[in-house]
Ligand binder design. Structure first.
Ligand code: ASC
Length: 151
């Protein structure tokens, strides 16, 4: 019994200490995961964009729902850019993701921060507040794509 308890303890400690990458069974799974998160984020971000740009009527409740999803999703893709996921599947991630890791991390943190601001702005419940936060959030998407994503 003691042996089993010790094994469980060691296994748990090992699991906690393993890099995020190890949470994916295959590198392809990491690529699929990050692309999925980014795609769903873009879908909800575009709905906010439609409202911010006057292409859809402003609806405070819908804006708040979409922005909350964007904030949550903005945190997810980054753990899936682990070592060994650079030339896998149909990734459009450029080698710079891995050769300029500090810059990539900064760009991802900028997006997370702007998505949080966007969510806070959406909770205000006015089109003006949404518009103010939407631009910088889109800028954070673009900033990262410019350096780290193939066209
Ligand atoms: C979107 C989307 C992006 C960003 C980016 C903003 O709706 O899918 O990747 O906005 O185009 O510049």
């Amino acid at each position: 019994m003691k042996k089993i308890a010790a094994f469980v303890l060691v296994a748990t400690a090992a699991a906690l200490a393993t890099p995020a990458m190890a949470q994916f069974a295959k590198p392809e799974d990491a690529v699929k995961y990050r692309q999925s998160a980014l795609t769903v984020m873009a879908t909800h971000f575009s709905r906010l964009g439609a409202m911010a740009n006057g292409k859809a009527p402003f609806d405070a409740k819908q804006a708040a729902e979409n922005a909350a999803i964007v904030e949550t999703l903005s945190k997810l893709p980054w753990a899936a850019f682990g070592e060994g996921t650079d030339k896998v599947g149909n990734t459009k991630a450029l080698p710079e993701v891995w050769s300029q890791q500090a810059k990539f991390k900064e760009a991802s943190e900028k997006l997370i921060a702007e998505a949080a601001k966007l969510n806070a702005a959406a909770k205000v419940g006015t089109l003006d507040a949404l518009k103010t936060a939407f631009g910088p959030a889109g800028g954070a998407c673009k900033n990262c794509h410019d350096t780290f994503k193939a066209k």
